[in-house]
Design a protein around this ligand. Sequence first.
Ligand SMILES: [Zn+2]
Length: 549
Amino acid sequence: MKPVYLLISLLLITLMACSTMKEMKEKQAMISIIPKPVSVIQHEGQFILDKNSSLEFNSSDKDLISISEYFNSILIKSAGFQLPINNKSSKKIILKLVTEKIGKEGYELNVTDNEVVIKGNDYPGIFYGIESLLQLLPPEIYSKTKVANIEWSIPAATIKDAPKYQWRGMHLDVSRHFFKTDVVKRYIDYLAYHKLNVFHWHLTDDQGWRIEIKKYPKLSEISAWRVDRTGINWNEREQAKQGEKTPYGGFYTQDEVKDVIEYAAKRYITIVPEIEMPGHALAVLAAYPELSCTGGPFMVAGGQYWPITHIFCAGNDDTFTFLENVLDEVMALFPGKYIHIGGDEAAKDEWQKCPKCQARIKAEGLKDEVELQSYFVKRIEKFVASKGKTLIGWDEIIDGGLPERAAVMSWRGMEGGTLAMKEGHDVVMSPYQFVYFDYLQGDKAKEPEGPGAILPLEKVYSFEPMPEGIDKNLQKHLLGGQANVWTEFIPTEARIEYMLFPRIAALSESVWTESSQKDYKDFMKRMDTQRKRYDALKVDYAKTAWGYK
Ligand SMILES: [Zn+2]
């Protein structure tokens, strides 16, 4: 061989080696799990998922049956087949509940050419192992229709994972705009895909009451309906006039609520219902004006004319009887530990003028109307606790003194939550500066109508629920973090999707992944694949973070 040919051969060999290296690197990049796991090691090889694969688990275990059905329900849509159970196939996906130390809600996922093993100490852990398995498959696995000409390959890998916080929440306001249960269920699916485990259902507000309460039928007949001011900017909507027709709205029957709770439970999501008090009560007062300070009459608000000063009368014992009866039915429906009672933005104007409220202040030896709100919340807390539940409220419930056992959801910043933690209360951080998903994602001129503030993806990603510099022994009081979707400017499901995606991905990493593992550039790299999953789901996600491309 002439030296020149030898040189060319060597060059070719080097090029080939480089391209195999490049392929390997590309293969490595194939694993894009969001939220980022504790550790991911990729191996040579792959498991090809097809009709000859099967699922293997203890078939008398109800939770594992439910998890396998969940996996199959996704598979049947996109792949067009389901996996048989325990059929001695040589290629199998094994689900195992184990006692070896993996961690609360954690999982280990091992993929070889012939076997996928998902292990967890608890069922949520195994469920999250399935969620990660879905993300090892091609993004098309999320398609709602059958995908042709695709190999359902899963790269060989060892993944170890567990969440950072126990409360990984998303909220949805169904009062300002009403969304039927099928929309709510899809929303719950999106939470599950991102390993979030709390759905905070904002069921009542000035613009509509959304849950059937058997004892108070007027809540469904009157409080659930408002004037239709569609097309007018939310903040410029005129107050409803007496006698005006109220065609816009809706509510969930208790059977529908039970159905949604069950749907969420199969995804290891707990629903926290919110019943607002003492403010944000106008929808109730439209039906039961006798519970107000002034006696009314009132109409359900057609939009946000701020401030809305109408409030439950804290001097009237009938108010507490009403709220306790409502909460009785609510607590019987929702199996979770927490009941959210709002407590935010309660204007005190009417309490200042109301003889009953002033008499209560005197009788109870309270200093002012701020302490009257504290009296209100404490009285309700006592009732909630007597039923074995824990009260949680927005951080205004701290004002005037917090009930001993109450938990706090900190929205006006981190300060309220930090203060509550220092006093020994459990806290969920949900500061508007980081996690209010009703805020625009970028330049006003390019985004859909919304409130003025801007909350870009990167800012959400920078959200750290743990307050800086807080004592180690107080850190246990931080339950986790949550983002909120207020729907004043969100009239449709498509708009929910636009505001939720992709910021929900950034949130998931803020509440799941260790801070030391977080890196925005790395996140955005993985988001390239996550976008393909959103495409497969056909969700209308915002492309703002990619220059609208
Ligand atoms: Zn009053």
